[in-house]
Design a protein around this ligand. Structure first.
Ligand code: ADP
Length: 173
């Protein structure tokens, strides 16, 4: 039984992520989606929100599990009894960073292999940040994320006074 980990920020999860996850689950026996707790970029969605949304997206597939990690990816991989890390490659610009991470992870744990999957042509331009940017300016992201994520984005990016940003606000204004 070969278990593979698909790590990422998933802020939010897009059709491009789901494509890689589906293709990986067609090859490996079990997939663990590893959500990075503390990405260097400040996430729009909290860890709890990301865990919930990713679980909902993959709920139909019992071979996929969702978990989060804070620390070394290779430790998370070992903890789950996995030996493969799956990463998606969209463009040459992804390569340098991915190559560096794969080499570093191999140095830390030579028994763990990083496997790269080329993005499907229809998703090469797609990233979580692009989706956030389009949503922020009121653009249509249907087809890029699920209807559930579209609704979550609308709520999270609602202007002050219209939604989430004022929840729990204790300031003087
Ligand atoms: P990270 O911050 O670790 O890059 P992301 O959530 O942005 O996390 O991405 C997680 C993984 O999914 C990465 O391997 C990334 O290359 C891949 N990925 C992201 N968007 C796409 C896409 N449109 N097509 C294929 N792979 C993608």
């Amino acid at each position: 039984m070969i278990i593979a980990v698909v790590p990422g920020s998933f802020d939010p999860i897009t059709a491009g992520h789901l494509d890689i996850i589906k293709r990986a689950s067609d090859i490996y026996d079990r997939i663990i989606i590893g959500i990075v707790v503390n990405p260097s970029k400040k996430p729009l969605f909290s860890l709890e929100e990301r865990l919930k949304m990713v679980k909902e997206e993959v709920a139909g597939n019992t071979a996929i599990e969702v978990d989060s990690f804070d620390g070394l990816l290779v430790e998370f991989v070992k903890m789950h009894g996995a030996r493969v890390i799956i990463r998606g490659l969209r463009a040459v610009s992804d390569f340098e960073h991915e190559f560096q991470m794969a080499q570093l992870n191999r140095k830390l744990s030579p028994e763990i292999e990083t496997i790269f999957m080329m993005a499907s042509p229809e998703y090469t331009y797609l990233s979580s940040s692009i989706v956030k940017e389009i949503s922020q300016y009121g653009g249509d992201v249907s087809g890029l994320v699920s209807p559930n994520i579209e609704a979550l984005l609308r709520r999270a990016l609602a202007k002050p006074g219209e939604g989430k940003e004022l929840d729990g606000y204790n300031g003087p204004y």
